[in-house]
Design a protein around this ligand. Structure first.
Ligand code: SAM
Length: 232
């Protein structure tokens, strides 16, 4: 149920994600039957669109409540032990932000670096929280019909100013009085910080994009940061 609620209330256009990643791979000189790992794939909703590109696709996700497809490997960045295996590792819609400590992010990037083939690329899709500062307000409740039921989602933001994290507590209220709660604690990250972390982990040729419609590198301008880099 949680997987269904998550997909309904946090929709993404999986086709435009796949079209962008296909273009990105080509722009880094990667072609043919590529091997892709989608890290933090959630319910695995992106996987069919990547497979439709003719690629060999693996999804990894640590939250067993979300991972709804049998082909998803249970685990997160810290469980990635493969070497020289993938052409592309993606982390779509925020998984990198769940790594709260710099040491965990560097460990994650080193593991991705090892798991990629030479010339392979990483794509991090990260929420640019500082863009929200301009018009920041507590998120209002949202209502949707999911599987014929009226569901009301309430989101609460809790800030930890010392550790620079934001916890989003999501409560899905169902008409029968039951509820499901999902808490996401995210590091508040900036573009220069992520670029430095990629360099520290040995990546080069860092390129940024403001969204999935981009077809050339450009500065980040809003609440989404797409940051790609290559294994030399
Ligand atoms: C906002 S969801 C995005 C899910 C999916 N990529 C999508 O676009 O539908 C962020 C995902 O990151 C996962 N995540 C949390 N900690 C992680 C970690 N240490 N390594 C990898 N993924 C993690 C969460 O469980 C969640 O599924």
């Amino acid at each position: 149920m949680l997987a269904r609620l998550y997909e309904a209330f946090d929709p993404i256009d999986v086709e435009s994600v796949a079209a962008f990643v296909y273009w990105l791979a080509e722009s880094y000189g990667l072609r043919g039957r590529l091997r892709l790992l989608d890290m933090g794939c959630g319910t695995g909703r992106t996987l069919p669109s990547f497979t439709a590109l003719g690629w060999s696709v693996t999804g990894m996700e640590p939250n067993t409540q979300l991972a709804s497809r049998p082909e998803i490997v249970v685990g997160g960045f810290a469980d990635l032990n493969e070497q020289n295996t993938y052409h592309i590792v993606t982390a779509i819609n925020g998984p990198y932000s769940y790594l709260l400590a710099r040491a965990d992010r560097l460990d994650a990037l080193s593991r991705v670096h090892r798991a990629l083939l030479a010339g392979g690329i990483i794509l991090l899709d990260v929420w640019n929280f500082i863009a929200a500062l301009r018009h920041y307000a507590d998120p209002p409740p949202v209502e949707k019909v999911v599987g014929g039921q009226h569901v009301r989602l309430q989101r609460e933001h809790i800030f930890d100013f010392h550790h620079a994290t934001i916890s989003q507590v999501e409560t899905y209220n169902l008409p029968d009085g039951s509820h499901h709660t999902l808490t996401h604690t995210l590091a508040i990250l900036t573009q220069p910080q992520i670029a430095a972390e990629l360099q520290d982990a040995g990546f080069d040729d860092i390129r940024t994009f403001p969204g999935y419609a981009s077809r050339r590198p450009a500065p980040v301008t809003g609440s989404q940061m797409l940051i790609a880099a290559r294994v030399p």
